[in-house]
Design a binder for this molecule. Sequence first.
Ligand SMILES: [Zn+2]
Length: 92
Amino acid sequence: MIILIKRIISFVIFVLIGLVFYKKVIKGENIFFSRGKKQESESNSNVEKMEKDPVCGTYILEKTSLKLKSEGTMYHFCSDKCREEYISRLKK
Ligand SMILES: [Zn+2]
């Protein structure tokens, strides 16, 4: 009977130590994963950069915007209308 109790106690201690290690590993992984996600979102925000339309003033995603390079500067437009408007302004 005493041996059985000792075995149960040692088993409980073993499980508790295992749980603590398990939690530490999970927490460590979570920190690692959240860091990875942060880096991903940072690189995503670089890809999905917002640019201002110089004609109507709205912000559009750089990758979906219409682009016009003028005098070494890249301009971004929300639509063909704005781009044509800007080109006609340049011609004047
Ligand atoms: Zn526009």
